[in-house]
Design a protein around this ligand. Sequence first.
Ligand code: PMP
Length: 401
Amino acid sequence: RFSGVVQGPPDPILNLGVMFRADPHPKKVNLGIGAYRNAELKPEILQCVRKAEEFIYKHPETYTKEYLPLEGYVPFLKEAQKLIFGPDHVALKEGRVCSIQELSGSGSLLISADFMHRLLGINKIYIPNPTWGNHGALIGKALCETEKYTYLGADGLYIDFEGMKKDFLAMPDGSVILLHACAHNPSGVDLNEEQWRELLPIFKKKQHLPYFDCAYQGFATGDLDKDAMAMRLFADEGIEFIICQSLSKNMGLYGERCGAIHIHTVDKETADRVASQVKRIVRATHSVSPCHGAYIASVVLGTPELFELFKEEVKKMAGRLLDMRKKIYDALSKTAPEKNWDHVIYQRGMFSFTGLDSHQVKMLADEYHIYMVSSGRMALTGLNDGNIQYVADSIKAEEVK
Ligand code: PMP
């Protein structure tokens, strides 16, 4: 029965960690990871999270291990909404947004795509070229196909905004378009505010549905509010849209699987009906969502001192990544000046598209024990003052070959 099952391929991103751990070389560098590491290259539990956990353990009567309701932990959802929309947004006051807790960004993508397929008759979702490697698989699991739209230009390093707008205008009216809210993965290339504003009339005219993936709020600018700018612009215009929110990165809750789907509709009555259908899909998929991460996030976001601490810690993480970005840019510009490295400094967030091709990436792993995704995506979080020059020297050696 099972002997006919063929071996599946390893996950291209997660397998980098396996290769890295198996490599005994003392100078090895892991630039593949999509998770924050501190200057010692170690994972960190945020202080605000630790403090929230202490509070939770002291109040077992509130924070039980009972099943959550189908929509998730409501105090968490209220706080999660405020983080995205801002605390006083009229859309929240009017109850136009329905929110359902999900298994972080990935679960939010799967369930919301399933909802669009079943309830809105959507069969295709447009995704940027390039995008996070798992988008196609998650959306495909909801029986929707994906088609790429222009995001980067031919150089693969800078935005092709004209090409993007052209594609949006050429799509059939009412198309669903996945947009990275900020800190685009894998490229680190974001639209600026003016460009987002230019998209608003296109979405209105074409009645496209914006489908935001918000996995890195805080990592683009270090400021949670600024990083929510694009989503708030759409909300201010009263455009209906969906957000898949993850707290994996900004609160460091990766393994807790904490996140939510927020659907911005025209009124409360619609929002309630939409929620009732999303809940049915949740029930038929994994029944209910996990409670611990939602408890933590609700305490962090809902306690003023912890919220302040959270904002500071996000700023610190984003600050370290920016520092690494500047230092690798300087090192590459000095070590390999025959090539222009300006794209590295112009990008933002956790990643940088280096412009290295898959062959060069493979050579870096084989000869220099430096691991990154084959697209040339470098996770800045794997850099520190101790390995930056080694990385720059190794890239230079590969470039001049
Ligand atoms: N969207 C993007 C763009 C991502 O990079 C990731 C994680 N790498 C996710 C969604 C999902 O992450 P999670 O399920 O942990 O929220």
